[in-house]
Design a binder for this molecule. Structure first.
Ligand SMILES: N[C@@H](CCC(=O)N[C@@H](CS)C(=O)NCC(=O)O)C(=O)O
Length: 214
């Protein structure tokens, strides 16, 4: 693949953050196009032509547009198998996908900007919205921690970074933003281990070119 891939994202988007980690782990070159979610960049006609869902990320690979971060991570893993983001055997893969989906399907979607705005429109005040988000994050992370408790470290499932770690670390960024607890089981030590790796360090929101200058 000669052209660099184009990642449509936003510095603080946790779904974009997952892709930045995956691309970094695979050592793949990419160019970023930032869409300011707070200013509605995701709803511009130009972006909707790329992703009709009006959500980031989208990854442009040659003539193809890919959406949904989990599907994109799996695509990258299939096309660029090293280092593998999923284990070799089917049972272990199912376990990794299950915890990855706790974050991607059950925890993260309900704190989406779109969802939080809908709640506000329906009369919930900010404290109630935050309390709701915290409850969802904490219950999801507690279950995540239990499901990885029996596995060897230092990462979620052993000595290989998997999709589970890629989903977990950005979600912890969201947990901090909302003031949710995340000190469940091995979660803090998994995060600390991941944050020693360049792919995780480079992917943090504050390091992105569209992040506000402090
Ligand atoms: N399931 C999607 C979620 C994408 C998503 O929710 N993106 C958020 C940012 S993390 C977004 O674009 N929000 C814009 C909005 O809610 O208007 C994925 O994993 O790619």
């Amino acid at each position: 693949m000669s052209e660099a891939m184009v990642l449509h994202g936003y510095w603080r988007s946790t779904a974009s953050w997952r892709l930045r980690i995956a691309l970094g782990l695979k050592g793949l070159k990419w160019q970023g196009v930032a869409h300011d979610l707070l200013r509605g960049g995701q709803h511009s006609a130009e972006y909707l032509a790329i992703n009709p869902q009006g959500l980031v990320p989208a990854l442009v690979v040659g003539d193809h547009v890919l959406t949904q971060s989990l599907a994109i991570c799996e695509y990258l893993d299939e096309v660029h198998p090293e280092p593998a983001l999923l284990p070799q055997d089917a049972l272990s893969r199912a376990r990794v996908r299950a915890v990855a989906q706790i974050i991607a399907c059950d925890v993260h979607p309900v704190q989406n900007l779109k969802v939080l705005r809908m709640l506000r429109k329906r009369g919930l005040d900010q404290d109630a919205i935050n309390a709701w988000a915290i409850e969802v994050i904490e219950s999801g992370l507690a279950a995540f921690a239990e499901l990885v408790a029996g596995a060897e470290g230092p990462y979620c499932f052993g000595s290989q970074v998997t999709l589970a770690d890629i989903m977990l670390v950005p979600q912890l960024g969201n947990a901090r933003r909302f003031g949710a607890r995340f000190d469940f089981g091995r979660i803090p030590s998994i995060e600390a281990e991941c944050m020693k790796l360049p792919a995780f360090i480079d992917a943090v929101p504050a390091r992105q070119s569209d992040a506000p200058i402090e």
